[in-house]
Write a protein that binds this ligand. Structure first.
Ligand code: SF4
Ligand code: SF4
Length: 361
């Protein structure tokens, strides 16, 4: 496994690190198997968040008694001091630890959120207090989309790490920003290397390539890690074989050649569909729960399977939709989900479109 230094934190982190957004979708036992195998294979950095369902508690249970063997990060979406402190207490409890290597202000992705966290009585003050108490060793921030907030977060001197989205199809969004964190001493943690998992082939259509069993996954990870400004990529792994395959890609990292980069883009094109961040659902689940019980990411996934997956696996879209207790028609357009969606999707309108696709048959 290749290790890189996470900016001025001085922490040496595995190039492939563990992203836990998807742990809520697997059992505690499977999560434990994945996390244990990850540590065994040299992954030494696990990132989670207060908002990732039961991910913190699964990490806490799985790695209890092994705290000294890995670096642990979590995040708070709270914008104010008191709420952030309450989140920190809960995170420590769920993670079964008394300190964090890194605590991050989560998804500070618009001007208003930036102002709130930085203001007197904001979440950054909570982070400073926790640092002074020795509970938090380093403080970072995660930013989706807003380039102006990214610039400010990097240049203000208040953060030691920044987490950004970067992948082959969204490269241009942050292209001009990627070199800045290192210049200002921040570590750069990459999320959404597979555009929220949307670049992974459905299992049945997997093709090997770029040194991995799933060409798109392997190609995207090698693309991201081939950029020397990147300190680590958070891979969201849900099965032991995924841990093993991903670790192999960073042992050592072999950047894609120019020909391979072209080939990867051609494959993405062939696979069809819209991949761009901001154009499609990233399955992050931040919009959940909907007060009407609408499972937004599941409906979007089902619709996408019908419209852009290969013919032999399309039918799975209907199967997913049929299993849901509540259909897209239950949406009352309250827009509560829209406020929480980091991809800024017009969710009620997209649900209407999904309904047309899914209820056609
Ligand atoms: S707009 Fe629709 S899907 Fe979104 S929270 Fe409201 S009811 Fe749920
Ligand atoms: S609709 Fe938006 S918030 Fe909901 S899962 Fe998709 S990307 Fe995430």
């Amino acid at each position: 496994m290749e290790y890189r230094t996470l900016g001025k934190t001085g922490l040496r982190v595995s190039a492939i690190s563990y992203g836990t957004l998807k742990l809520p979708r697997i059992s505690a036992e499977e999560a434990a198997r994945c996390l244990e195998r990850a540590l065994e294979l040299g992954i030494n950095f696990v990132d989670t968040a207060r908002d990732y369902g039961d991910a913190e508690s699964k990490v806490g249970r799985a790695l209890k008694g092994r705290r000294g063997e890995f670096l642990l990060a979590t995040k708070t979406s709270a914008r104010r001091y008191d709420a952030a402190m309450a989140d920190l207490d809960r995170s420590l409890q769920e993670l079964q630890t008394d300190y964090l290597d890194l605590w991050q202000l989560h998804s500070v992705s618009d001007e208003e959120s930036w102002r709130e966290v930085m203001a007197e009585g904001g979440a950054l003050q909570a982070a400073r207090r926790a640092q002074a108490q020795g509970v938090v060793r380093h403080v970072g921030i995660s930013v989706h989309r807003s380039l102006s907030v990214m610039h400010r977060a990097i240049q203000c001197g208040k953060f030691e790490t920044i987490m950004l989205c970067y992948n082959p199809i969204d490269a241009e969004n942050v292209g001009g920003v990627l070199a800045l964190p290192r210049r200002h001493g921040l570590g750069l943690i990459v999320m959404k290397a597979l555009s929220g998992g949307t670049m992974a082939y459905p299992k049945q259509a997997r093709k090997a390539g770029f040194g991995g069993r799933d060409a798109l996954v392997a190609g995207a990870l090698r693309w991201v890690l081939g950029n020397q400004n990147v300190d680590c990529v958070l891979a969201g792994m849900r099965a032991v074989h995924e841990v093993e395959e991903n670790v192999a890609l960073a042992s050592p990292v072999v950047p894609l050649t120019a020909a391979e980069r072209k080939q990867l883009l051609a494959m993405l094109g062939e696979f069809g569909g819209e991949y761009r961040y901001g154009q499609r659902c990233l399955a992050c689940g931040y919009c959940q729960p909907c007060p009407e019980g609408v499972n937004i990411p599941a409906i979007f996934l089902a619709a996408r399977m019908l419209t852009s997956y290969p013919d032999d696996v399309k039918h799975q879209g209907y199967e997913i939709y049929e299993q849901l207790d509540v259909g897209a028609e239950a949406c009352v357009e309250c827009e509560k989900c829209v406020e929480k969606c980091p991809a800024t999707l017009p969710i009620p309108a997209l649900l209407k479109e999904a309904r047309k696709v899914l209820e056609r048959g």
